[in-house]
Each structure stands twice: as C-alpha cells, then as structure tokens.
Design a protein around this ligand. Structure first.
Ligand code: LLP
Length: 428
C-alpha cells in the first residue's frame, strides 16, 4: 500500500513526482494543479491482480474516485474495468474503450435514459446493473423489454453493518439509502423467472469507503456468504459476487489493511476451497486504494496574515479544487515543495484558500515554516482520489489542470479551464 510520499519525495531539495521536480511542472502549467504518478496508479492495481489471481477477478475501478479518461485508459490497458454510477461515467468509460462487459453500473437512482444507454453500450451492454430496489429492478426489466435486450443484473445487498467510517461515506447501514434488505433479495431471487428481460447473476455489496479495519468487511462477507447459501438452497445459481470497494489508505498515520490481508480475507470467505465456488465470477470496485496516494495538488502561497495570535497561510488552491477537508473535515498532509522549508522555526497555521467561506480551510493549527512567503509552492498530498473528480467552479474559479508523470516526463491530461469555459453554457 502506498504512503502519501512513496511516489512524491524530495530529490536535490525539491519535491518530485516520480523524480520530476514539481516546481518545474508548476512553472510550465501554473497553479493550482493536480499531478499524478502513473507508476503509483499501476502499483496497487498490480498488487490487487496478483493477490487475487486465483479468482481472476473483475477489477472495476470506481470512476468517481478519478474520472480522467487518460487514467481510465491506463487502468484499462492494465486489465481493469469500471464501476460507474451515472450516464456521464458510462460515457467516460466508453471513451476509454473499456469493454462494456467489464463495466458495472452501481448507484441508487438510475434514470431511464441511463439504463437505456447502458443496455446499448458495446456489444452486449454493461456487465451488470447493481440493482438498488424492487422498483428499479422492474424499471430495468421494462426498459430492457422495450429495447429488446436482456439486462444482466446483481442485487445490491445492504447487510446493516457499521463500516466505522465517516458517516457521509458509510453505505451499509439500514439507515443509509443503499441496497436492499436480505428478505427483499431472497424474495426477488425466488421470483426471478417473472422478469423475462433480466438475467439475475448475483449479489453486490459495498458498505462504505476509507475503511481502516477488516472487521466490518469480514462481517459483510459473512452476511453475503450466508445469503448466497440461502439463495443456492432455493435452487438458484450465483454467477457474480461483487464485493464493492472501500479499502482505506494512509493520509496521516492510519494503518489501513494491507491488500494482501484483504485478499486473504476474500480467499477465506469466497476462495476456491470447494470447487463449486469457482462457479461465480468475483468482482471488486476499488477506487481510493488505487488513486488516493497517486496524486498531489500543488498550490502557490498567496501570502500570510495574522489575527491576534492566529496565523493564516493563504493558498491559490481552494475548496472548489479539493473539497474533502471542508466536506468531511478530512486530513491531508501539506508539505513545502522546497525541502529547505522543513527546517527552521515553524508557525501553526490555518491553511486556507481564496473562496469566500470560512469552510475553505485545508488544515487548522498545522505547523509549517514561518518563512513561507508569496510565490512559494506547497503540495497537498493524497489527493489522487476524490480530488479533481469532486472539484467545482464555485466562486467562478476555473478548475485546475491534471498532469500525469510517466517515465521521467510529464503530460497534461486535462487542460486548465479558462473563463470562457465558465460561461460557455450560459445565455447572454
Ligand atoms: N463501489 C461503490 C458502489 C461505491 O459507492 C464506492 C464509493 C466505491 C465502489 C469506491 O469506494 P473506494 O474504494 O474509493 O472507497 N467522496 C468521498 C468518498 C465517497 C465514496 C463513495 N462510494 C471521499 O472523498 O472520501
């Protein structure tokens, strides 16, 4: 598992992405900007593939974590599929030429239009719709019938398990909007033959994101296994088990489960111990664990100010570029691009952006060099997942570019937006 600085470390006194100095990239592309490491993106994917090789799983990257088409292509070239939650994400996955059968359509509210385009994507439509309710199941059946298609589906099971993560990203409790109860799942399996335009393949589960212990994941696996046993007792076959995403990463000093431990747990519960288990395809939907520590947000210091004994460090990046601290109070390490600033006297800062809200704050009471001044660069770490993909134009701020470092070179994989981009769709 990558640490925040595994691929972003100092070389000759300057913070680098895979050996490329970030000040050089900032000079060419301006700030704020996202910089990604290709090596890092591929590292975790390769480990997942290796550790789970006995399953030959379908690894569907959660597009919401990082939706850049170049990144999706890169992952696709290395065997990944896509977990999508909207027509827009489907469009991106298809643009990245991800085979439609390797696309899983999750999400709690699918529109008729989205279902139709997912059914018509590629040769035979998406590999699975993860269905969230009976009503949605009936809708998919009807849309499939109208379009003379058979929709492959799995039922998303809500096991009512506390994932012990931030409440906004917990999804496996009854009080969360996601999935269906056990009883409902069984009812649908027993009536499956009624739905002529559906192929009911199996079960999916996803209890939350940034999970830091295997306990809740294990509890969910046990529930899924029990459910599978009950379904099989009814004489129904399970062909797909989708275990979702959720494995957490290190932002500060968290100790998330190792991928090898996660894989062992999957092996223990779903492994090919008995031959019959080989009958189903295993899918996972990792997002953060692949992308999180593969990117940084580089910002320039605009200045400092003091209110009494409170110090503010003002950056040119803001909550519209990276909303996680404002939305979840999440921690991101912030380090100077010039290593020299690690030495010398420090001040405790509120590190803020220019947006007109007090929630536009990346960190509070964060010790940083007292000498940081206008023009200096800092890196906000662990922002490869849910960074750019959650960025907005709030305060009419153009979104930053995305840059990918590969083999000692860097390449713009999304241009900086300009003011014209901001008003393009407005009538005036
Ligand atoms: N599958 C489903 C059905 C999901 O809802 C999610 C994430 C994933 C997979 C990927 O989970 P991951 O492996 O990345 O944990 N914006 C939040 C995270 C929201 C996650 C939503 N669902 C954040 O910045 O922390």
């Amino acid at each position: 598992m990558s640490s925040p600085t595994e691929f972003f470390s100092y070389k000759k006194g300057i913070l680098c992405a895979d050996g490329i100095p970030l000040d050089k990239i900032a000079k060419t592309s301006g700030t704020p900007l996202y910089v990604y490491s290709e090596k890092s993106f591929l590292k975790t994917l390769k480990i997942l593939k290796k550790e789970l090789r006995s399953f030959e799983p379908l690894i569907c990257f959660a597009v919401k974590a990082n939706s850049n088409i170049h990144i999706l292509k890169l992952l696709k070239q290395n065997g990944a599929g896509a977990d999508i939650v909207s027509g827009g994400e489907l469009f991106r996955a298809m643009k990245a030429a991800i085979p439609s059968e390797k696309i899983i359509f999750s999400g709690v509210g699918k529109t008729e239009e989205e279902i139709k385009s997912a059914l018509k994507s590629g040769k035979s439509g998406v590999g699975s719709f993860n269905v969230e309710s009976l009503e949605e199941l009936e809708l998919i059946n009807r849309v499939a019938q109208e379009n003379k298609k058979v929709a492959r589906i799995a039922l998303r099971f809500n096991p009512d398990i506390n994932a012990k993560t931030h409440p906004y990203i917990s999804t496996g409790l009854k009080k969360n909007k996601f999935g269906m109860e056990r009883k409902q799942v069984l009812k649908i399996f027993s009536a499956a033959q009624k739905y002529k335009n559906l192929k009911l393949q199996g079960i999916s589960v996803h209890i939350g994101s940034q999970l830091l212990s295997l306990g809740p994941i294990q509890d969910a696996f046990v529930e899924v296994k029990n459910l599978i046993t009950e379904i099989e007792k009814m004489g129904r076959k399970i062909e797909l088990v989708d275990l979702g995403g959720g494995v957490g990463i290190t932002y500060s000093n968290e100790k998330p489960p190792r991928i090898s431990q996660y894989a062992k747990l999957i092996q223990k519960h779903f492994g090919p111990l008995k031959k019959k288990n080989k009958n189903f395809k295993l899918a996972i939907e990792p997002g953060r664990v692949i992308a999180g520590n593969s990117g940084v947000l580089i910002a320039r210091v605009l200045g400092q100010k003091k209110h009494g004994n409170k110090n503010f460090l003002i950056l040119d990046a803001a909550m519209n570029d990276l909303i996680r601290p404002a939305l979840y109070g999440s921690f991101h390490a912030i380090i100077p691009v010039s290593q020299a600033y690690l030495k010398g006297p420090k001040l405790k800062y509120s590190i803020v952006g220019p947006v007109c809200e007090s929630s536009d704050c990346f960190a509070s009471d964060r010790p940083m060099s007292a000498s940081l001044k206008r023009g200096d660069l800092v890196a906000i770490l662990s922002t490869g997942a849910y960074g750019f993909s959650m960025a907005s134009n709030y305060n009419s701020r153009p979104r930053p570019p995305e840059i990918l470092v590969r083999d000692g070179r860097f390449r713009v994989i999304r241009k900086r937006e300009n003011f014209q981009d901001l008003v393009r769709h407005e009538a005036f």
